[in-house]
Write a protein that binds this ligand. Structure first.
Ligand code: GLN
Length: 248
């Protein structure tokens, strides 16, 4: 054992859980266990109190518009706690419906879902759904800042506009945030929002390790240096197969 311990807060897994998003939690857990890092996953349901000070990673998955509406009413009540956690460099990973909820609002045809305003972004429902495989290129990932390809699957009716934020990556195949500006996701402080389901982390282990590194740096600023490398050759082969299938 390494004396390092992380706690993941999985918010509303019974409502925000589309397209294998739970696989992301399993991946974070396994990648810690393989390195002797103690890891606990706490699931929070709608009426539970959340002590953000006890969490190192907050995970929000995707959900249908109806489920997002249910969640948004609860999020309104904990808006300032989540914003304080983010301002204190807390790590958040939010997928699709969860990503939209980090913004100011998601405007549907007849109603508007209020968001957390953690990110200066907004979402509006379009006339069609944006569905399919996605390949993006990102140079935001620790430690190398090299350009890496990230793959995933998207299925959303909302179009997200990220104002001055830095995107997670540039779309090489698929639609991304809105199908028009070529951006996918957002990276802000230690928050990543993205439309990529799939699940995301098993397909893109570099992104999983980026999240784990950020959480460990924040929790153990004096002792944590770097993650022990793992053999990701199978995962990288699978990822490269998808990249080659759609980019050639
Ligand atoms: N309900 C949202 C939309 O359709 C998010 C969907 C999702 O999480 N996959 O845009």
């Amino acid at each position: 054992m390494s004396n390092l311990k992380l706690t993941i807060g999985h918010l509303y897994p019974d409502l925000l859980n589309l397209y294998g998003d739970r696989g992301n939690i399993i991946t974070l857990k396994k990648r810690c266990e393989w390195r002797g890092i103690d890891i606990e996953v706490k699931e929070f349901h709608l009426n539970d109190n959340i002590d953000f000070n006890s969490l190192h990673i907050v995970f929000l998955g995707g959900g249908s518009d109806r489920e997002q509406l249910l969640v948004c009413n609860r999020l309104k009540e904990i808006k300032s706690e989540i914003n304080s956690y983010v301002n204190d460099n807390g790590v958040v990973i939010a997928i699709c419906g969860g990503y939209q909820l980090l913004g100011h609002y998601y405007k549907l045809k007849d109603e508007t879902i209020e968001g957390l305003s953690v990110l200066d972004i907004y979402t509006e429902m379009g006339d069609t759904r944006l569905i399919g495989n996605v390949v993006i290129e990102s140079n935001c990932l620790y430690p190398s800042n090299d350009t890496v390809k990230i793959v995933g699957f998207e299925n959303h009716g909302g179009r997200t506009f990220i104002n001055g934020h830095q995107p997670l990556g540039i779309v090489k195949y698929g639609y991304g945030n809105n199908g028009t500006d070529g951006y996918e996701g957002v990276i802000y402080k230690n928050v990543i929002g993205t439309y990529l389901h799939g699940p995301l982390f098993p397909k893109n282990p570099a992104l999983a390790d980026f999240i784990l590194s950020k959480a460990l740096q924040r929790a153990y600023p004096n002792t944590f240096r770097t993650l022990q490398p793992l053999d990701d050759s199978m995962e990288i082969k699978a990822r490269d197969y998808i990249v080659n299938r759609f980019l050639t």
